[in-house]
Write a protein that binds this ligand. Structure first.
Ligand code: PLP
Length: 466
């Protein structure tokens, strides 16, 4: 087994790139004057200038390479600048740059075929394309409500489903609060999270059983005949990368099927190789049995080269709209440039064994290294994950499990995590930091040596700050 933290490997770091300092200054100026940023107090941020990217590296304002352990917002599954994807976008632009969703075009059909060919379960054969993940969840709920004639939707606390009207209500993290009208018929339940178990479980099997009993109770008390759908990230990502215990998703499937509730699995972040399997719901090898009714996708479907998302519908749900119009549509649904990028991405993933590589990274490099880091740093409360989808939870004390910073901390209260981010950046690592956690979520294509090098930097940054 590889233990990557012993000898520093510097040879993986590409040389810096020359930058035009005046152009960088202009970028800063224009950004500050005219770009309004997501989720931010505009005067309190200073966005990092990115001057280029290739593979698993992005280049900063000085042309310095940073190993991207965030995959941006966890979407560059095949890394930056994949030549086949870049070429496919260019070729499609020259051939047919845009066409409305009502027409039939070759790339759209081929993208849908490739996507459905990798989904475990034989009923998932139709894709309603969107331009991102939130819209996919929005339309998945719409389809489920039309299909069942019911209104309520169950969703998990500690989840993120996007930032449009229904999607933000589904979201079970505090980002919902500011947008919550409280009148959308959405009911939250607790999922399994052994490290901070609300069920006071001490084993995964106990947590699984109790979480399923809790779900059954919520459904009974809400009224099964009022519930259209249950929306669940197969592996909750943004909220902390909680791989479900074996049997949990199969249990949710059994319960939802028994009550006629549509099971919508959100694979926006977990899908397309990140978990070391094509889709997160197959992480324990029982995806065929779980056989969801709807799967929502985005991000890794084309590594974000052109915005694309989708709702994959089972034959039964799709048939609801055989004779009755589906009441939804978007001007840019299934944009040909995005579909061309998806076809090239998925073919490259097949040809290059990207999913197998992601699994190997998790099993042989990232998992062992993070466990080694956890053993040496008292600040690490837990490491957990699979493939290239890992969370490192930082705590003040292993006994109390109190997070190093409180949830939603900003300014001085967030100083330790800000210092950790800074320490990573100064070592050439672009980390993903959320609350008291750092997520290790590099592209699925990061090389073994790059991953080892990044983990060495993370190890050193933890030592420096905590
Ligand atoms: N669902 C999950 C699981 C996500 O992680 C995200 C975004 O991070 C979304 C939905 C929303 O996707 P988008 O930002 O493309 O709308």
């Amino acid at each position: 087994t590889a233990v990557p933290t012993t000898s520093p490997t510097t040879s993986v770091v590409p040389p810096p790139r020359p930058v035009d300092a005046a152009a960088v200054a202009r970028t800063r100026e224009l950004d500050s004057a005219h770009v309004f940023h997501s989720w931010s107090a505009q005067k309190l941020i200073s966005p990092m200038v990115v001057t280029g990217a290739e593979g698993s590296w992005v280049y900063d304002a000085e042309g310095r390479p940073l190993l991207d352990f965030s995959s941006q917002l966890v979407f560059t599954n095949i890394g930056h600048g994949h030549p086949k994807v870049v070429a496919a976008i260019g070729e499609q632009a020259a051939k047919l740059a845009t066409v409305a969703p009502q027409h039939a075009v070759d790339v759209r059909g081929e993208a849908a075929r490739l996507i459905t060919s990798h989904l475990p379960g034989s009923r998932l054969n139709k894709v309603f394309f969107t331009t991102g993940g939130a819209e996919a969840n929005e339309n998945a709920v719409r389809a489920a409500r039309q299909h069942t004639g019911r209104r309520k939707v169950l969703a998990r606390y500690r989840s993120y489903h996007g930032n449009t009207q229904t999607a933000i209500h589904l979201t079970g993290d505090p980002r919902r609060w500011a947008n919550d009208s409280g009148a959308e018929g959405i009911v939250h339940f607790f999922g399994p999270y052994l490290y901070r178990s609300v069920f006071h479980s001490s084993t995964e099997a106990e947590e699984c059983r109790r979480a399923l009993e809790h779900l059954e109770q919520v459904i009974t008390l809400e009224g099964p005949s009022t519930i259209a759908a249950l929306v669940l990230e197969s592996v909750p990502g943004t909220a902390g990368i909680m791989v479900p215990p074996p049997g949990y998703l199969a249990g949710v499937r059994e319960i939802t099927r028994r009550h006629g509730i549509v099971l919508i699995l959100d694979e926006v972040m977990a899908g397309f190789g990140r978990t070391g399997t094509w889709f997160g719901y197959d992480v324990h090898g029982d995806g065929e049995r779980i056989d969801p009714d709807i799967v929502t996708i985005a991000k890794g479907v084309n590594s974000g080269y052109v915005p694309l998302g989708g709702v994959v519908l089972s034959d039964e749900v799709a048939a609801t709209f055989d004779e009755r119009a589906f009441p939804g549509g978007l001007t840019y649904s299934g944009h040909p440039l995005a579909c061309a990028a998806s076809v090239a991405t998925l073919r490259a993933m097949e040809d290059e064994g990207v999913v197998e590589h992601a699994r190997h990274l998790g099993e042989d490099i990232i998992g062992p290294a993070l466990r080694d880091i956890a053993a040496r740093h008292a600040v690490v409360g837990e490491v957990r994950g699979t493939g290239v989808f890992w969370a490192v939870e930082l705590v003040k004390s292993r006994e109390t499990r109190e997070p190093v910073v409180p949830a939603g901390a900003t300014g001085a209260a967030n100083a330790p995590m800000a210092a950790f981010t800074k320490a990573c950046l100064s070592r050439g690592l672009l980390p993903f930091v959320n609350g008291n956690r750092t997520h290790v979520v590099p592209p699925c294509t990061v090389s073994d040596d790059e991953a080892r090098w990044g983990l060495e930097q993370l190890d050193a940054a933890l030592g420096e700050v905590f």
